[in-house]
Design a protein around this ligand. Structure first.
Ligand code: PLP
Length: 412
């Protein structure tokens, strides 16, 4: 469910006409719906009301400060994967005790910053990292709370690039080595093992892989107890999918029911790290057709948004629904929707049946709220797009469009 609907044939973002926004702010343009973000957060968070839990929004899905502030105001904690994301979370006013820090390559400076901030815990992904955290914490005269990211070797049945919980992935520790890691953590002076963590992948459309991973973690927890290690937090990561096209991912409430059945009564606080399911369908990207072009085999819509603005189609072959901003009862035709970048991989859609829009008209690309702007680059020296947050009839510029000066500001 989202709040992008046609009103009298014109797409609106909540109470505001998308045509009017595109005319005022230009294209390519990201538009986020505050009501949708709130709704998704509540739907997710309330699904686990039967459990002691904390929902830590995964910042990397959409890290705009306006989005973070909105979610923090709803009570969200945050899942960070870099010092930069910690900086954003703190700037957005997120309570440090609600921040968990994941990622395979945390540097000393980042560890120090997180300890200074007083985050809830580090999700540790290797023994080398554990030792590093212990050293940094020791230098600071502190004790770092840690959990290990356990790789349960479960196939999440999603795209290989966003599958993270199988043995071949770089993430986490395999179950066998995890026991030794916890033993070491219990021995080291300046770390305290407080949790278990897993994140098996993204855009999961079934619950079973989550439950399979959970069972493995609960078994493992029994072994930990046997060693006298009693952990408090069970972090199940993110990964719940969204409908981009015809997928029918489970509703969070279904996930909540299944988890409650397994976890109710256990002395564990459950942590979630949802990203896509909160932000994905809360954002659209608007683009304008620059040229139309046909050759003997293809029709092209050459638009002003490119892989530097939204890389998912190029990187993962992802499907994003595309429609017209103004409904005009047009004929349909097959098109490749491509950007201006000098790469054949620069496309938003291929062989897609779409209304035959003309040059100068606008298209909407749906489900662009997660892994859209956050993955944007300046490739081909293209300024990054403007981001708007619409709340009812209120429009906030969440990020100004970059200028040419911005592009060279840090160059000598
Ligand atoms: C990316 C990521 C998430 C969020 O994944 P979604 O599929 O967007 O929910 C959560 N935890 C970790 C460790 C991640 O890397």
């Amino acid at each position: 469910m989202h709040h992008f609907e046609y009103r009298d044939g014109i797409l609106s973002a909540e109470e505001v006409s998308v045509t009017a926004l595109a005319e005022e702010y230009g294209t390519p343009l990201y538009i986020y719906s505050a009501a949708t973000l709130r709704r998704h957060f509540k739907a997710f968070d309330s699904a686990f009301n039967e459990l002691d839990h904390l929902t830590c929004y995964s910042i990397k899905a959409n890290s705009n400060l306006a989005v973070l502030k909105l979610l923090a105001a709803e009570g969200a904690g945050m899942d960070i994967v870099s010092g930069g994301e910690l900086y954003r979370a703190l700037k957005a006013g997120v309570t440090p005790e609600k921040i968990v820090y994941s990622g395979v390559g945390k540097r000393d400076s980042e560890i120090r910053e997180a300890l200074e901030a007083g985050i809830l815990m580090f999700n540790v992904e290797s023994v080398a990292e554990l030792k590093r955290i212990n050293t940094v914490a020791s230098d600071m005269g502190m004790t770092a709370k840690v959990s290990f990211r356990i790789n349960p070797d479960v196939d999440p049945q999603t795209h290989p690039y966003i599958s993270t919980g199988m043995q071949e992935n770089k993430f986490g520790l395999d179950i066998e080595n995890s026991l030794a890691a916890y033993t070491l953590a219990a021995e080291l002076e300046n770390v305290e093992p407080v949790g278990m963590d897993c994140h098996i992948g993204s855009q999961l459309t079934k619950i079973d892989p989550f439950l399979e991973a959970l069972d493995k973690l609960l078994d493992f927890n029994e072994k930990l107890k046997g060693l006298g290690i009693n952990i408090k937090y069970l972090d199940l990561g993110g990964g719940l999918g969204i409908p981009y096209d015809k997928e029918e991912p489970p509703h969070p409430s279904e996930f909540g029911k299944a988890l409650s059945a397994k976890l109710k009564g256990l002395p564990l606080k459950v942590i979630f790290e949802p990203g896509r399911v909160i932000a994905g369908n809360a954002g659209i990207m608007v683009t304008q057709v620059v040229y139309t072009k046909s050759n003997p085999t293809k029709n092209f819509l050459i638009v002003d948004a490119a892989m530097n603005d939204l890389i998912r189609p190029s990187l993962y072959g992802s499907y994003h629904r595309i429609g017209e901003v103004e409904l005009k009862g047009r004929q349909h035709q097959r098109f490749d929707v491509v950007g201006p970048i000098c790469e054949s991989g620069d496309f938003l859609a291929r062989d897609r049946e779409l209304p035959t829009v003309d040059q100068g008209e606008r298209l909407v690309v749906y489900s662009a709220g997660a892994y859209g702007f956050t993955m944007a680059s300046n490739y081909n020296t293209r300024p990054r797009a403007c981001e708007l947050l619409v709340d009812g009839s209120n429009v906030t510029v969440a990020r100004k469009r970059e200028t040419y000066e911005d592009l060279i500001a840090n160059e000598l």
